[in-house]
Design a protein. Sequence first.
Length: 118
Amino acid sequence: MTPESIGIVSGVLMLLSFPLNFYVIYTRLEEAEDYLKFSTFVVTFKYRFGVGPLGGKLKRLFAIALVILMPRIFQWRYLVLVEDVKRIPRSLKLWIVVPYLLTLSSVAGMALSWFLTN
């Protein structure tokens, strides 16, 4: 695969992930935050970044996705309770994590194509 095709595929993936991110932000984010309402990290993140365009919802979505993907690291720093993360239903975890991973992989692909062309 050439660097240009990697960049194009990553760009298309990014364009397809935006509607999915907006859907999850407006339908699932509050539900996920309710499951993590006793977690210091999530509550602080919500109040710190709750202002601005879209109320910082995309940042909050990605922060919750990180908590779901790495709960033990956040528990080690006393920021999240693993029990709270385990209470989140599997379908909601997928709705939170998949848009994050799609966006992250498209950004990584764009960065890779940029590094390969230089």
